[in-house]
Every structure is written in C-alpha cells, then in structure tokens.
Ligand binder design. Structure first.
Ligand code: UDX
Ligand code: ADP
Length: 470
C-alpha cells in the first residue's frame, strides 16, 4: 500500500440507524467520493431509494434534506454487496451486533456473526487493497479477528483494519454528525496502519476541526465506545436511583438535577430522570462490557457495571407497578393510554424501549392498552410485543390497539402513561383530555414532560418520576 492514500470510493455494509445517516453525511460533505451503502435487506434499500423522502426507513430530523442533496449524486443505496466491496477502497462495516440469544455468552456477549460474515465476504470478493473500518460497536480486540479472516485468503492483498466508533445519538444524528464532539479513529501503529488512519482523518477533516479528531491504537478505540456508553447509561441509572429516593422523601429529582448539574465537575447533561433508558446501545454495550470483564476474571468490575442494568430494570418495573397500585391494585379490563413507544423522542426506533416492558407488564395484569406514537407504526408495536413471546400474537392484537389520534387513545381511559418525551405531548389540550377520561383521571408521566402547574390544576392525579403530586 502506498504511503499517501486518497479514498475515492467508500462502501458501507449495513444501511441501518448508524450506517445510513453516517454515510449520507460523508457523501454530503465529500462530493468527490462515491459512497455506496449496501444491505441485504431489499425492503430497507428500496425505502432509502424511495422518491418520497417521507418513506426513508429511518426518521431523523434533517436526514431527508441530507439524502436529497447527495442521493444519486455520489450517494447510492444498493443490495449489490459484492459489487460495492469490489469497487471500494474503504469499506465500513456497520451491521448489527445484537446481544447473543444462544450458546456461550447468551444474554450478555455481542453476537458477532454478522461482522464475521462481512469480513469473510470482503476476503472472498476483494481483488485490490482495502481499508476496512469497524463502525459497528464491537468488543475490544475484534479487529484482530477481522484481520485474521481477511488475511486467511492469502491473495497477496493489503488489508488495514481501523476502528471508528460512531457516537451519534438517535434523534440528533444529523446534528451530531455535522458537529461531533469528537471523531475517534484507532489503527495499527506501523507505517501502513498510520497511512490508513490518515486517509480516514482526511475524510473527516473536510468538516470537523482536526483538534476534535482523536487517533489511538485500535484497542483503545474499541473500548472507548463501550466505556462512553457505560458512563452515559450509568448517569441515567444514578439519577433514576435518586428519583426513587425522592418519591419517598419529598425531594424533587428535577430540582436535584439542576442543583448538582451546576457543579462543573458533574455538568448538567444526561441527568433527566425517566422511566428507564432504552435504545440499541446502552444495555447491549454494558452487557458486553460485563461479559468481557468476567471473561478476564474481573468479577468486581463486572458486578459494578451490571448494577447499571439492574437499576434500569428496577426503574421500568417500579413505574409499571406504580400504575397498578395507584389504580386500586387492578388494571384488569381497564383502558390505559400509552403515549410514546419510541425509546426517545425524534426517532422511530423502538429497540429496548421502556414502553415495551411497561406495556408487557400491564398486559400481564390484563389491561387494555391504546398506544399512540407520532412516528412508530402499528406493525412495529406488535412486532416488539410478539418478540417477547409472553403471550400469543392474537392475544397481543386483541389487548392492544394502536391509533393515529392521541385523543382517541385517551378518551374514556382510566389512566394515561407517557413513555417517550415527544414535544407534542406538552401542547395537547389537557383540559379536553381530562374531561373525556374516567375519574379519577390518572396521568403517569414517565418523562416529566407535562408537569406544568396549569395541568396540575385541572384535576388529574398526576404521578411523575422523582416527585409525587396528586
Ligand atoms: C447513545 C449514546 O448517547 C451515543 O453516543 C451512542 O452512539 C449510542 O448510544 P442513543 O441510544 O441513540 O445514543 O440515545 P441517548 O440520547 O443516549 O439516550 C439513550 C436512552 O437514555 C434513551 O432512552 C433516553 O431517553 C435515556 N435518557 C437519556 C434518559 O432517560 N435520561 C437522560 O438524561 C438521557
Ligand atoms: P445499527 O443501529 O447499528 O445501524 P441496524 O440493525 O439498524 O443497526 O442496521 C444493521 C443493518 O445491517 C441491517 O439493515 C442489516 O440488514 C444489515 N446487515 C447485517 N448483516 C449484513 C450483511 N452481511 N450484508 C449486508 N447487510 C447486512
């Protein structure tokens, strides 16, 4: 491989929540580089190519505009994985790495089968040197396995493996990609490794200040991603632990967050108490971290991080239990409106959303649920419940209605439970909602989004997180 590398053609395997937006922004910022995003899921690729930008497979504020600018200029979406691999000089692996559901490490370790398949496919198809970039979040030392698979074909080609974890948060993905706090690139320390690192640095440097582009060895980069997510999730579990104490003691968790957040060592962000964190990363990455620590015999380290997950499970369960106990210890046959199904606002992603677990708990208590979410489709709600395998698919459809009108969901309900912090919930005509509900009308606010004094005056029995006003 020559010392100076200039990338002309990028391929990205995996057109998901990370691969899609990330490549769209790279293509937008680098019009001279051809970017091809490939996925074996035909439906997903068709949606990325849909002329109607409302039909993109991912909802993210600002994403449609970026896609509109770059698509079919230098950004392409395709199912031809082999073709894209063959043509590219840099290949991002951005496939899913879910928690294993079988075998050794079941329920804890990351399932790397999709990553391994990609590495094997690259090794098989490649006829020229490639820089392979790990974009998916991976356990520390995965680059070693990828490298071994790539080199095993013995074709006399040069492969470099870089780690470039993505730190975007869903709902703010485009903004995070345009103005990242930092870009992290890990690579080999030899000359060829450093040339590959530089090639990727040069791409990001088109729009990111060089001081914000951090280069490290591969292992530090891989482990930094797991560490960042573990620290962020830990903050949410920490404030959620305090929220339980607030509800017993009369303190207010939002006031506490404001007070401690002023300490510049603590900082104000990520201190919002909630019904529990969700998303595809936090739980999966911490479980992975715990698994790695245990496999190195670091029991105390593993137990320490595992507590973050236990606290999150406790918070979701506590919220659901509270609904049942406040509704006079039974929700059987009672209509309950669920506002919000996504794991956070401004995304249609529902992976590990607290809503799924709260709903499942209430369904076990025979509640009748009416679900409204501005961006999540009915099929997704049913798929999430079916995946749990708690009851039959027919039963889920009998007990859960998904509607497009929030007022219909809340009409004649015994209780409303807010599970995602969508902005529109703040602007509802809560007086009208109150009048239409059964009395006493309970409002369980799992995100503390509608706790305005005006609302409290309407007569609701309002139960937020970390403070109790009724
Ligand atoms: C996270 C990381 O932030 C991101 O850097 C990484 O690349 C992927 O994982 P994401 O899961 O998309 O991003 O969203 P994030 O904003 O981190 O929220 C995760 C969960 O924590 C959501 O359910 C959110 O509602 C919850 N949360 C977050 C809180 O409950 N309180 C907070 O103060 C912050
Ligand atoms: P993330 O949130 O990390 O982006 P997603 O699950 O949204 O994860 O996206 C991962 C994508 O990777 C899916 O669309 C899946 O079809 C795709 N994928 C997984 N393995 C392969 C493969 N070997 N070849 C092509 N696409 C793949």
């Amino acid at each position: 491989m020559s010392k100076e590398l200039k990338v002309k053609h990028i391929a990205c395997i995996g057109a998901g929540y990370v691969g899609g937006p990330t490549m769209a922004v790279i293509a937008q910022k680098c019009p001279d580089i051809k970017v091809t995003v490939v996925d074996m899921n035909e439906q997903r690729i068709a949606a990325w190519n849909d002329a109607n930008l409302d039909n993109l497979p991912i909802y993210e504020p600002g994403l449609a505009e970026v896609v509109a600018e770059a698509r079919n200029r230098n950004l392409f979406f395709s199912t031809d994985v082999d073709g894209a691999i063959a043509a590219a000089d840099m290949i991002f692996i951005s496939v899913n790495t879910p928690t294993k559901t079988y075998g050794i490490g079941k329920g804890m370790a990351a399932d790397l089968k999709y990553v391994e398949l990609c590495a094997r496919q690259i090794a098989r198809v490649a006829t020229s040197d490639k820089i392979v970039v790990e974009k998916s979040t991976l356990p520390v030392r995965t680059a070693q396995s990828i490298r071994t698979i790539l080199d095993a074909e013995n074709k006399g080609l040069q492969f470099q493996v870089l780690s470039n974890p993505e730190f975007l948060a869903e709902g703010t993905a485009v903004q995070d990609l345009h103005q990242p706090d930092r870009v992290l690139i890990g690579g080999g320390q030899d000359q060829a490794g450093q040339a590959a690192v530089q090639a990727l640095v040069d791409i990001y440097a088109r729009w990111v200040d060089r001081e914000r582009i951090i280069t490290t060895n591969v292992w530090s980069s891989e482990l930094s991603k797991l560490t960042a997510n573990a620290f962020l999730a830990q903050r949410v579990s920490s404030i959620n632990a305090i929220s339980a104490l607030c509800e017993k003691s009369g303190a207010d968790v939002d006031e506490i967050a404001r007070a401690i957040g002023k300490d510049s060592r603590i900082g104000p962000k990520f201190l919002k108490a909630s019904v529990g964190f969700g998303g595809s990363c936090f739980q999966k990455d911490i479980l992975n971290l715990v698994y790695i620590a245990r496999s190195y015999g670091l029991t105390e380290v593993a137990d320490y991080w595992e507590q973050v997950i236990k606290m999150n499970d406790y918070q979701k369960r506590r919220f659901a239990e509270n609904i049942v106990s406040k509704l006079f210890n039974t929700v059987s046959g009672k209509k309950i409106a669920i506002l919000g199904w996504a794991f956070k606002k401004d995304t249609n992603d529902t992976r590990e959303s607290a809503a799924i677990y709260v709903a499942d708990y209430l369904l076990n208590e025979q509640a009748e649920l009416w679900v409204y979410d501005p961006k999540v489709k009915a099929e997704q709600v049913y798929a999430d419940l079916d995946y749990l395998n708690t009851r039959s698919e027919a039963e889920n459809r009998r007990l859960v209605k998904v509607v497009n009108d929030p007022y219909q969901a809340m009409d004649d309900a015994h209780a409303v439970a807010i599970l995602t912090e969508w902005d529109e919930f703040k602007t509802y005509d809560w007086q009208k909602v109150y009048e239409g509900m059964k009395k006493p009308a309970f409002l369980f606010d799992g995100r503390n989004v509608v706790s305005s004094p005006a609302l409290l005056g309407l007569g609701f029995k309002y139960i937020g997180i970390g403070h109790c006003v009724s």
